[in-house]
Design a protein around this ligand. Structure first.
Ligand SMILES: *Cc1c(COP(=O)(O)O)cnc(C)c1O
Length: 351
């Protein structure tokens, strides 16, 4: 099937300058996958779906924003783009910049970047620089350097990133025929929740598609928006949301409030439990991407959300292959046998 690039498909709703030069890798068009068993397990009679953003070209939703940010930069003949990243923005910026013939520079925090993400940035040819500091330190540095040099910032502070990321909201409305009742998603630097809210509101204005309530979910060790203050040393297995000072924190809080929803925190244990639950329905996501479901499960358990009869979408932001470390570490060694049928029969059929 010939896919029209998102920028053209939703041209009416995406604010991108006329001088832009289209740079695309056929991002978007991700499936909305029903999760009937998890819905039953959560105790409700309702429709639960995963918006599986891990199926984007570089394995996360970041590609939706990057196609717009890089297309705009390409239109200005920008030679170099820069971002701070916990991993997925780096891989996405690297891929789209390469495609546009631009150089990508990515700053990553010390230590905690998942192997699959780092490898991606390197494979696509980015200059990867690790700084002795946090994501938040890295973001401050790239903001400063892009203010003083002809280098384009492609973090979600770049408004074109948000323009592109709105398209996930449009796709969900197109597929369901309306907005869902609840949208549950992880919140890190808070660009995504901000984009979704912009997208749903815009579509509602044009198409009366309705508005969902938002359940934004942070990890307990990295929950500035729940605590109400920055977190100096954020800690969580969900490295994609290991951010102590979200750049779009205010907008995230506003989106949650306007939607009649909220932002909550969940434990790493719950996140990993829901990562396993999703895998049991055939969807392997990186830990951060299970946070939306973890939050929903907690809210239903506490009676704070009654899912009965509702359409609920959880956003699975990135693919499990990006961050296999946690699985690999907890994995039992494979069982070993001799290369004989009898040995295999013994093992799997019992004797
Ligand atoms: C970037 C990212 C997030 C967080 O999105 P924000 O826009 O920073 O809130 C969550 N999950 C994954 C997999 C990501 O790559």
């Amino acid at each position: 099937m010939n896919r029209i690039p998102l920028i053209q498909r939703y041209s009416l709703f995406i604010n991108i300058p006329a001088y832009s030069k289209l740079v695309t890798l056929n991002e978007g068009y991700t499936p909305l996958i029903p999760l009937p068993h998890i819905a039953i397990h959560l105790g409700g009679s309702f429709h639960l779906y995963a918006k599986y953003e891990g199926l984007n070209p570089t394995g996360s939703f970041k590609d939706r924003g990057m196609t717009v940010a890089i297309s705009e930069a390409a239109g200005r003949e920008v030679q170099t783009v820069i971002c701070a990243s916990t991993g997925n923005t780096a891989a996405s910026a690297a891929a789209y910049a390469s495609r546009a013939g631009q150089k990508a520079v990515v700053l990553i925090p010390e230590g905690k970047v998942a192997a699959g993400k780092l490898a991606g940035a390197v494979a696509y040819g980015a200059q990867v620089i690790q700084i002795a500091g946090s994501f938040d330190d890295a973001l401050e540095m790239v903001v400063q350097i892009s203010e003083h040099h002809p280098i384009a910032l492609v973090n979600s502070l770049n408004p074109y990133r948000l323009e592109g990321q709105k398209t996930a909201a449009f796709e969900i409305c197109d597929e369901l025929g309306k907005a869902p009742d609840w949208l549950c998603l992880p919140v890190g630097n808070a660009g995504n929740i901000t984009s979704y809210w912009m997208g749903f509101k815009q579509y509602n204005e044009y198409k009366a598609s309705g508005l969902p309530h938002f359940l934004g979910v942070q990890a307990a060790g990295s929950a500035p928006l729940v605590l109400g203050h920055p977190v100096e040393h954020p800690e969580t297995v969900a490295t994609a949301i290991r951010i102590g000072k979200p750049a779009r924190g205010e907008q995230a809080l506003q989106a949650a409030e306007e939607s009649g929803g909220k932002i909550i925190a969940v434990s790493d244990e719950k996140i990993l439990e829901m990562q396993r639950a999703l895998a049991s329905e055939g969807i392997w996501v990186e830990p951060a991407s299970a946070a939306g479901l973890a939050g929903l499960a907690e809210e239903i358990k506490q009676g704070a959300i009654d899912p009965s009869g509702k359409d609920i979408v959880i956003v699975c932001t990135g693919h499990g292959l990006k961050d296999p470390d946690i699985i690999v570490k907890s994995m039992p060694a494979p069982q070993k046998i001799t290369a004989e049928i009898a040995a295999l029969e013994d093992l799997i059929l019992g004797s």
